[in-house]
Design a protein around this ligand. Structure first.
Ligand code: CTP
Ligand code: MG
Length: 237
């Protein structure tokens, strides 16, 4: 490890500009209440507890009327950036807002606003495993179900699950490499639903770090009580 390596800083980006269509309610899911607090407040409190982070950029939707009511909104480590049409556009906008403060080799941890059950230990594990890596990587979960490929409602194959992982966040990459990869994907009009896929498109191989199964993403209404259950259990760990 070189000295430059050791001095690299860590930034977090939290894409929070989605509308939460699959949730089916008017309020974007990142502002729904879980155990008396908005989802995004939970998520940010957890990230802010990670001392090594130099700053957190939250990408917000242009119509967002809820952000300023969040207790975290005025935290000195937090800044905001305009969100974009797709998640990747929001992440790219947040990266661009860091242009004058982040060094090319600084690390950026991108974490979904909707993953409020993220634990400090998982983030720390990701950082510890990857901080000397060239490319970076992601938290992921091995699948436990048997997987089937189907066509027109009929099974055509059983997929070898030993090589299948579910991608979680945070996803941790170097500032310049991630910005290039996302810009390149946008220019080529390729849809990337996570940061790793943008790097994969450039022929790179992000690392997998096994994460905890309670790092769920709020997507549908039934995820809210499940998140509350996990958050309460984590308090007693
Ligand atoms: N996100 C974003 N900008 C977008 C779309 C999504 O910042 N244009 C954020 C969401 O706010 C969320 C994260 O990316 O924290 C993961 O996206 P997803 O779970 O798909 O959230 P939504 O797009 O809001 O939900 P849906 O797909 O059901 O509409
Ligand atoms: Mg979405």
């Amino acid at each position: 490890m070189t000295d430059t390596c050791r001095n690299n800083r860590f930034w977090a980006i939290v894409p929070a500009a989605g509308v939460g269509k699959r949730m089916g309610v008017d309020v974007p899911k990142q502002y729904l209440q879980v155990l008396g607090k908005p989802v995004l407040q939970h998520t940010l409190e957890r990230l802010l507890a990670i001392d090594v982070l130099a700053g957190v950029v939250v990408a917000l939707g242009s119509e967002d009327g809820y952000w300023s009511d969040l207790p975290c909104a005025t935290h000195p480590k937090i800044r905001v950036a305009p969100g974009g049409k797709e998640r990747a556009d929001s992440v790219l906008s947040a990266l661009t807002s860091l242009e004058n403060v982040a060094e090319p080799d600084d690390w950026v941890l991108v974490h979904d606003a909707a993953r409020l059950c993220i634990t400090i230990s998982d983030v720390q594990k990701l950082i510890d495993r990857l901080r000397n890596d060239e490319v970076g990587g992601i938290l992921a979960l091995p699948v436990t179900d048997t997987l089937k490929g189907a066509e027109a409602g009929e099974i055509v194959e059983t997929i070898d699950r030993s090589r299948i992982w579910r991608a979680l966040t945070p996803q941790m990459f170097r500032f310049r490499m991630l910005k290039h990869a996302l810009t390149d994907a946008a220019e080529r009009k390729l849809i990337v639903t996570d940061e790793a896929s943008a790097l994969e498109l450039r022929g790179l191989r992000p690392k997998i770090v096994e994460g905890r199964p309670d790092n769920i993403k709020i997507t549908r209404p039934e995820d809210l009580p499940l998140a509350a259950f996990y958050l309460e259990r984590q308090c007693y760990e």
